[in-house]
Write a protein that binds this ligand. Structure first.
Ligand SMILES: O=C(O)c1ccccc1NCC(=O)[C@H](O)[C@H](O)COP(=O)(O)O
Length: 265
């Protein structure tokens, strides 16, 4: 649903082109057969609900806002470092054009760690949810700004039927109300406006007040270290999602460990 001319609109246009090619090469009926070979989905929620901050550590090579971030020639090695550092989940960007990711990255990470994996992509079709599960993902991202209400609810329900935990992502009050209407158990507040790329750390604290205490709140984007985690935890975050700071860190294992278990002072 994003307005034409926004970054999010342009990303989704490319996603739809790439998705159409994959669907032609492997029709949904054939893809569905692959589900039988997928490992059972892992439930991230007990770790997310544990006392102190949990970290979703992201595999992210580049982005529209910052360009090239890290080559990541060995995503398995990075994911293993994240897991050793105590990551509650690993987010794998699978969008190719703007983030340099792929489903092969997700399959590689799946083979390397037991940690729950989030497929971080711009999901607009059922096919992408089935791809995620078949590749071994345990969570999928649904961006409220990218979907109308009917599609959002349908994809949310389909993801649950596939055994995927859904991270419903919002950036303003209206999108938060739409996420709450889904009875979402996991809501991510992205400090980054996906239409303009502006990052406002104040968004989380503003929207957290709208979100019920039984919903796990994830603070996403712009997190550079423990002070940012402390701020978001003090505002009600149970989970932080971190990409750039971790892929650029010389010791991602230690960086994840430092951001884990942070409680309000
Ligand atoms: O990161 C971007 O530039 C971006 C642009 C448009 C849509 C999505 C984008 N990022 C996806 C994310 O939400 C982040 O990868 C994630 O929250 C981690 O953010 P960071 O720690 O700032 O890399």
């Amino acid at each position: 649903m994003p307005a034409t001319g926004t970054v999010l609109y342009d990303i989704i246009a490319g996603v739809r082109e790439d998705l159409a090619r994959r669907e032609t090469a492997l029709p949904l009926g054939e893809l569905l057969a692959h589900l039988a070979d997928a490992p059972a989905p892992r439930d991230p929620m007990p770790h997310f609900r544990a006392r102190g901050s949990s970290v979703i550590a992201e595999v992210k090579r580049k982005s529209p806002s910052k360009g090239a971030l890290a080559d990541i020639p060995d995503p398995a090695a990075l994911a293993t470092a994240y897991a050793r550092g105590g990551a509650a989940a690993i987010s794998v960007l699978t969008e190719e054009r703007r983030f340099g990711g792929s489903l092969d990255d997700l399959r590689t990470v799946r083979a390397a760690v037991d940690t729950p994996i989030l497929r971080k992509d711009f999901i607009v079709e059922t096919y992408q949810l089935v791809e995620a599960r078949a590749a071994g993902a345990d969570l999928a991202l649904l961006i409220v700004a990218a979907l109308d209400d009917d599609t959002l609810r349908r994809l949310h329900d389909e993801a649950g039927e596939l055994g995927l935990t859904v991270l419903v992502e919002v950036h303003d009050e209206s999108e938060t109300e739409r996420a709450l209407a889904l009875d979402a158990e996991l809501i991510g507040v992205n400090s980054r406006n996906l239409k303009t790329l502006d990052v406002d750390p104040g968004v989380f604290g503003r929207l957290a007040h709208q979100i019920h205490d039984d919903v796990v709140k994830v603070a996403e984007s712009g997190i550079t270290g423990v002070p940012d985690v402390q701020r978001f935890v003090s505002e009600g975050a149970g989970v932080v999602l971190v990409g750039e700071a971790l892929v650029k860190d010389g010791d991602p294992e230690a960086a994840v460990r430092a951001m884990t278990g942070v409680t309000t002072p």
